[in-house]
Design a protein. Structure first.
Lengths: 252, 118
């Protein structure tokens, strides 16, 4: 047994490949047998991932879900920024540059609209919950954009650490909501073409949420949603602590 | 196959570099659209390679392999997210994380209908 633990310990990433393979196998069986292929296997697999992340948080007690449990630590590396970004970029090989160029303007408009809507509703909810100072409200609104924009904005305008933690929490809830709701609602909102995916990516922002949600809906759409969504956090980090903060400071 | 992976790595690194430079350039310490730039570079190189006849199935396979790994990587990402903190981080975090998303779904549906995006 100690030998097996030693192997698992030394080859974390390889263990992660095996674990994810088993999750996806399990998901495709559920997809076929239980849902008669109406819910795609990838959507189920991502959902199982989230559930495992939840239990990992309970048993591991850390901030990295299942990856905090020693034998599953490779999942953190496999699901980390390097692999995630590298594989998203690779999906672009199947995308058409011409189409992206044609829908570029639509993507830009969606980006700005998305940031304004998320920020405004975030601030309004913060206000309802009793926050009245511009710094906290801006940080909360920025957290409603993504869990990257929140802490960067908070740090830039000098928010307290509990508000920054709150903004990260909001952003993580947003990502998970987008992952779960995208495949469920895609048909009803007409998210079925490359152009629609580009505008969707801009509106929703969160690259991991949009790309994972689209992967569960239709993998063909992933690069189109990701190519706009990836500018969202950067643009948010630019606008939230400057323009949005100044506007709020004027009112509060 | 390795040429495909190398091409992907080249696009990736160049794109991330551009993202970081753009970030510095506009005065924030973060990567602005690095992934997006990388995707555009990959698409442009692919087209340039195709025109010269350098693009072949073997090359595409190297890139495609990584593209197909995207969903498994997302599953691993989901399992290593701080889901517990998200679920238990209080009512404001839940409300501010969910309500705007639902509003944007409605906006998207409306835009889609009026502008006939799809």
């Amino acid at each position: 047994m100690t030998e097996l633990i030693q192997v698992i310990d030394s080859y974390g990433l390889i263990v992660a490949f095996l674990v994810v393979g088993i999750i996806i196998l399990f998901s495709s069986i559920i997809s076929k047998k239980v849902f008669r292929s109406k819910i795609p296997a990838s959507a189920i697999a991502i959902f199982i991932g989230l559930v495992l992340g939840y239990f990992g948080g309970i048993f591991g007690g850390g901030t990295n879900g299942l990856a905090d449990i020693r034998i599953f630590k490779g999942l953190g590396f496999m699901g980390g920024g390097m692999f995630r970004d590298f594989t998203i970029v690779a999906t672009a090989i199947g995308a058409s540059f011409l189409l992206i160029k044609k829908s570029g303007m639509l993507g830009m408009i969606s980006l700005f609209l998305g940031l304004v809507v998320f920020f405004t509703i975030g601030v309004a909810l913060g206000w309802i919950w009793g926050f009245r100072d511009a710094v906290s409200l801006t940080t909360i609104g920025a957290g409603a954009c993504t869990y990257i924009v929140g802490p960067i904005t908070g740090a830039a305008i000098g928010a307290s650490s509990d508000i920054i933690a709150l903004s990260i929490g909001i952003g993580v809830v947003k990502t998970i909501t987008v992952i779960i709701l995208t495949p469920i609602l895609a048909k009803r909102i007409g998210l079925n073409s490359e152009r629609a995916a580009m505008s969707y990516g801009g509106l929703m922002g969160t690259t991991s949420g949009v790309a994972a949600g689209l992967a569960a809906t239709d993998p063909k759409l992933v690069p189109y949603g990701a190519v706009t969504a990836t500018f969202y956090s950067g643009l948010g980090c630019l606008i939230c602590p400057s323009v949005f903060y100044l506007i709020l400071e004027y009112f509060f | 196959m390795i040429y495909g992976i190398a091409l992907l790595a080249f696009s990736f690194l160049l794109g991330q570099w551009m993202g970081i430079i753009l970030g510095h350039w506009i005065g924030i310490d973060s990567n602005v659209g690095g992934v997006g730039f990388a995707m555009l570079i990959l698409m442009l190189t692919k087209e340039a390679f195709q025109r010269r006849g350098w693009f072949n199935a073997e090359l595409e396979y190297g890139v495609d392999f990584w593209g197909k790994l995207y969903i498994p990587v997302v599953v691993a990402m989901a399992a290593s997210l701080n889901v517990k903190a998200a679920v238990t981080s209080g009512s404001l975090a839940i409300a501010a994380g969910i309500i705007p998303v639902i509003v944007v779904f409605i906006i998207f549906r409306y835009l889609n209908k009026t502008l006939k995006i799809s």
